[in-house]
Design a protein around this ligand. Sequence first.
Ligand code: UD1
Length: 411
Amino acid sequence: MFLVKGGRRLCGEMEVACAKNAVLPILAAAMLTDEPVTIEDCPNLVDARNMLSILETLGCRVEARGKNVVLDASRAESHEMPEQLSKRLRSSIFMLGPLIGRFRRARVSYPGGCEIGQRPIDLHLKGLRALGVTIREAHGMIECDGARLRGADVYLDFPSVGATENVMMAAVLARGKTTIHNAAREPEIRDLQNFINALGGRVHGGGSDRVVIEGVKALGGARYRPLPDRIVAGTLLAAAAATRGEVHLRRACPGDLGAVLDKLRQAGCEVESGETEIFLRARTLRPFEVSTQPFPGFPTDLQAQFMALACAVEGASVIVENVFENRFAHAAQLRRMGADIFLSGRLAVVRGGKLYGADVQAGDLRGGAALVIAALAAEGESRVENVELIDRGYESLENMLAALGASVQRI
Ligand code: UD1
């Protein structure tokens, strides 16, 4: 758990680590090549470590060299995902595309992950079927036969991030051209494209709603540094705002945080940005409205943290969650700290004001980060339990916050 003493302003400067949501598919895509791949500054996250364990189980050699990770999948020969590991994180579903691309077959179990709504994988499977893959689902396992894998037009009913990435990875080594229509436009997809192209792939359009993949016979090796984590950056900005602090983030990709910086300004923060830097100063804040959307809209992965911020701002803020149907579990915990939150379906109305320290439990990764933000802004001491969920997506959040002057201790 974290022991948080609230009431201190966050102040200082910090560099933002590489993005979890970029690293996970990139690690999976390393299975597509026989040549060694170096991922620079690979964040030390529980989810990334689990993904590396999956790769090792599949026969990929994994070696840590300082902050870098070197992967060598030349001797990988298994197309079967270990069931226990895949249950532990949803991103294990990312192995489907690379395994089909490389071995023309894959066997995985239904994935685990955060409890935030149904999170089905029908769009992943539909996309793979469009590429000629035969899929059988039985006893919780998914068996894919990709003997007839070939490029095709894929239409996604919803711009799913994971489905876009899976189809991209399956299509890289397929014969012919694949076009993904209504693709997700998240920056992490552009990053996956850049990684695949660094290996010698031919992908373009990543970051737009139409991604084109021209199949190649084989891929080579590369060194690659994934893009900065916009969700970590947004979390630190929300924490600084909630404590009326002042932070300067370096390597922070303001271009990928447009909707978030706009909300912070609406809330009354002073925000300035350079090409890779963000500076925020918060003094007197006002309520705001947030409505989550696929990129470039406001990210659902910052909804909880902004709800915590709203709790620390005098007046009524409104939050609408459009991406996941069940992503307000943190509200009940925030109420334990004195927050006044009205919920109805996908809508939350927060009447912000004063927060008081309390014992609370993280229920999921981003919800956990939200509780830490509320604890930082609260009067008195809080204990935030289940921090192992927070460790899935933040590399020692307590050290990051302590470096900015907060009192957070891991116990
Ligand atoms: C990714 C991110 C996650 C983020 C989410 C939305 C990673 C590792 N995770 O998750 O942090 O919260 O994008 O920005 O990158 N859906 C279906 N059928 C499918 C797939 C998705 O109905 O086959 C629905 C989901 O239930 C959800 C919505 O589509 O309501 C968005 O999901 P998706 O974009 O696929 O999110 P993930 O890739 O799981």
